[in-house]
Design a protein. Structure first.
Length: 311
């Protein structure tokens, strides 16, 4: 099988390419830069086939994917800077990348009659209540520009294709890029006290683990909407931060022993430009129902991740 992967300079695209290589599948990576520009870690993605492509250029998308002669597309590329998406000058770009770019890819997949897997987010919902969101729930009500753009991307895929997977994820972290864990570890060295939000609830997603599931999906025909995060229960960002520092100290990083992490409400924290969901709980039972293996616990994922990165 030959799979085209967008966004390989990012956290998830990097790991998807490596997972394809590990299983003996052919991966063709793509991003905006003329050549692969992700982390130079010596992993398979750094030497695998790569083609530059601007997903907002419909003609380019058609030409590049057609010439790649692939059986499927895993679409990881996206505008993910949630707060910056609220800036007036960025709104057209966000829509162009997350909605129109996704439509361009879906159009080519339809023409070539190939599978498409699109990564989405719990931000397509309003984040209210305490019940986990079901994958087939259609009660969409995005709170911010980013969420609306990802919903528009979802609709582009589902309205265009029959052979598609839409996978909603949350609280993503990976080796190749910035994320909450790296932010905590960096600022934890500079301050003795941190304030972390305690009333937004969800579960982290390690891209290394997620990549395994996405490759399982793309080689199957079990199409539809899915939710995927690591197992281990629902937590707050405050809970996540305290476990990050607990594990870091246990691994010998005594510089964090002086640190105090205090829980605060979203209202007390009051920095975010974009409205954030309080309820990012995602129901993942559909994975089990369709024979997919659930991801390991987030605690285990965090342990493995901390051994992978330098800090």
């Amino acid at each position: 099988m030959r799979v085209f992967v967008t966004g390989v300079a990012g956290q998830l695209g990097h790991d998807v390419m490596n997972e394809l290589a590990k299983r003996g599948y052919e991966g063709v990576g793509s991003d905006l830069a003329p050549e692969y520009s992700g982390i130079a870690d010596g992993s398979a993605v750094t030497t695998m086939p790569y083609v530059p492509m601007n997903i907002t250029d419909a003609a380019s998308v058609k030409e590049v994917i057609t010439n790649a002669k692939v059986d499927a597309v895993i679409h990881c590329a996206a505008w993910t800077a949630v707060d910056a998406a609220e800036d007036e000058e960025n709104i057209p770009k966000v829509k162009k990348i997350n909605a129109e770019g996704t439509q361009n890819i879906a159009n080519v997949c339809k023409k070539l009659d190939i599978k498409m897997l699109f990564l989405s987010t719990d931000y397509v919902f309003d984040g209210q209540g305490e019940e986990p969101w079901q994958p087939d729930c259609k009660a969409y009500k995005p709170l911010n520009v980013y969420g609306q753009s990802k919903l528009d991307g979802e609709l582009a895929v589902s309205n265009t294709l029959d052979k598609y997977f839409i996978v909603r994820i949350a609280w993503v972290f990976g080796k190749n890029g910035n994320n909450f864990i790296k932010t905590m570890l960096n600022i934890g060295k500079k301050f003795e006290t941190l304030r972390v939000v305690c009333d937004q609830i969800g579960t982290p997603t390690y891209t290394f683990d997620l990549a395994t599931l996405l490759v399982d999906m793309i080689v199957s025909n079990k199409y539809g909407y899915y939710h995927a995060t690591n197992e281990g229960g629902f937590i707050s960002w405050y809970d996540f931060a305290t476990e990050i520092f607990r594990q870091a100290i246990a691994n010998g990083h005594s510089e964090y022993e002086k640190l105090t992490v205090n829980p605060v409400t979203t209202a007390e924290y009051g920095v975010s430009k974009a409205a954030r969901p309080f309820n990012s709980r995602l129901d993942k039972s559909k994975l089990t129902e369709n024979g997919f293996t659930l991801l390991p616990t987030w605690q285990d994922a965090l342990c493995r991740y901390l051994k992978e990165i330098e800090f």
